[in-house]
Design a protein around this ligand. Structure first.
Ligand code: UN1
Length: 501
């Protein structure tokens, strides 16, 4: 724990060297549970730093793409081993820089470990198809090839897992990388890159450039020598980057917001549903893109659900995520803190009934951080702004529904479509929900959060665009490689497909 309290001077990582930004300027990364604690001092980079990183990545690509994938996999396997050895210290660092409670921070590191082992194994598969030709003495196959130099832009809410979701598959497929993490979690990003360097990644294959989205993110996305982009963050930024890439004819995948909902039917196991709503709504302080911000409850059990949900919410203990007894940590920064409090005011003005929380939490040492009470609104109607817009904080809206079909309509009446859930004991209801819910992920008798890494992750509508993160075939491998098709004719004569019989 003592080690965890030190302030770090982090650097950019370009062409295998730790360097400051060309500008010589810095910014601070602070602990959201205690604004007076500086977790790290971080280089404030600009276009010149990106230029150097892109140059290094382009050069490294020439050899990395030819390195056998099983060898690339060995480096990933070593990285996973190092992460496992350092799981607790990385978790503590993450709690200090991002605020989530330690068990969740260690889960975040575990998600990266899982992805490391998984993608290491993919190094021995990366399979395509070999199929017979319609002509004699001819063979044909599809193979996966890298896209080239990838720009990766990641958010602060999963400071190690989300970079791992992108970096490990991009590497196993043979791409080289410029990694631009959120400026709120620069120290975690540097710690993660240190692990990959220690695992033996050749110089230039993975480059890290710190800075803000406006200053370096956009420059990276539109850089002429970058081949593809993967972005996770807000809808507004993602859509803007999609437009840039569209004009440049550049591949981009975006993973964006959510307004995820849990349906609780009248035959649900109520206590289980309440637990799921608490975990989905207030886990990670509501700051997952999969967070359950709407609970759509069958009218027959609405009152009972509200009572139990409120009681469970009021038992949550708020505080520094490093303390064992804490259930819910702070929100990430001042602008999020203000935005969430504004949404609470909007909810009140719209006529929703505030039944729990509703303000900043400032008891004792919590006055030094960005803490907000777990907040529940009941009597929310589907069109209210608090039921439509992504708040990204510990604010949950409870909506009443008359029957299953109406509940599904309410869930689908959203610009977003990332994750949804239904609690019911009726197998037929689960079948209808699984068919009709318009989200990329559907949970049955489980909350909206907690996706595992070996199936594709991503949503529809405003929640995402293009290919998916995580998973193998149909997921990350398709995102970070493209198909090349080879036809070989060894007949020694001209053979015409579709014409010769
Ligand atoms: C995110 O919130 O951006 O499914 C990712 C989950 C986590 C990942 C969330 N495994 O909740």
């Amino acid at each position: 724990m003592k080690e965890g309290m030190r302030m770090r001077r982090v650097k950019n990582f370009i062409n295998g060297e730790w360097v400051d930004a060309r500008s010589g300027q810095f910014f601070q990364s602070i602990n959201p549970a205690n604004k007076t604690e500086v977790v790290g001092v971080v280089p404030k980079s600009g276009g010149e730093d990106i230029d150097r990183a892109v140059k290094a990545a382009r050069k490294a690509y020439e050899t990395w793409r030819l390195t056998p994938a099983p060898r690339r996999g060995e480096i990933l396997f070593s990285a996973a081993e190092i992460l496992l050895k350092n799981k607790e210290s990385l978790g503590k660092l993450e709690t200090r820089e991002m605020g989530k409670i330690l068990p969740e921070a260690m889960g975040d590191v575990q998600e990266a470990i899982d992805m490391g082992y998984y993608m290491a194994g993919e190094g021995r598969r990366l399979s395509g198809e070999t199929v017979p030709s319609e002509l004699p003495n001819k063979d044909m196959k599809s193979i996966r090839v890298p896209l080239g130099v990838f720009g990766l832009i990641t958010p602060w809410n999963f400071p190690i897992a989300i970079p791992a979701w992108k970096i490990f598959p991009a590497l196993i497929c043979g791409n080289t990388i410029i990694f631009k993490p959120s400026s709120d979690t620069s120290v975690c990003a540097a710690a993660f890159v240190e692990v990959l360097a220690e695992a033996g990644l050749p110089k230039g294959v993975l480059n890290l450039v710190h800075g803000t989205g406006g200053e370096v993110g956009e420059y990276l996305v539109s850089h002429p020598a970058v081949d593809a982009i993967s972005f996770t963050g807000s809808f507004d930024t993602g859509k803007h980057l999609e437009a840039i890439c569209g004009a440049l004819h550049r591949m981009i995948v975006t993973e964006m917001g959510g307004k995820n909902a849990i349906i609780v039917m009248d035959d649900a196991k109520l206590d289980l549903a309440v637990e799921g709503a608490i975990w989905g709504g207030f886990g990670t302080t509501g700051q997952r893109c999969t967070a359950a911000s709407r609970i759509v409850v069958h009218k027959k059990i609405y009152k009972k659900f509200i009572e139990r949900f409120k009681a469970a919410g009021s038992r949550l203990r708020i505080g520094d995520g490093l303390r064992k007894e804490t259930d819910m940590g702070p929100v990430i920064n001042e602008s999020q803190f203000n935005k969430i409090l504004q949404y609470i005011e909007i909810g009140k003005k719209e006529g929703a009934k505030l039944i729990l929380g509703g303000k900043a939490y400032q008891k004792g040492s919590c006055s030094k951080g960005y803490f907000i009470e777990p907040t529940i609104f009941s009597e929310v109607t589907p069109e209210m702004r608090i039921a439509q817009e992504e708040i990204f904080g510990p604010v949950v809206s409870v909506i009443r529904a008359n029957h299953l079909e109406e509940a599904i309509q309410i869930v689908n009446r959203s610009l977003y479509g990332l994750s949804s859930a239904i609690y019911t004991q009726n197998v037929n209801s689960t079948a209808i929900a699984e068919r009709d819910l318009e989200t990329g992920i559907v949970y049955i008798n489980a909350s909206t959060i907690g996706a595992e890494i070996h199936l594709p992750f991503g949503g529809v509508k405003h929640s995402g665009y293009g290919r998916k993160e995580a998973g193998g075939r149909g997921g990350a491998l398709d995102t970070y490689s493209r198909w090349k098709v080879i036809y070989r004719d060894f007949s020694g004569r001209l053979q015409k497909a579709q014409i010769d019989k």
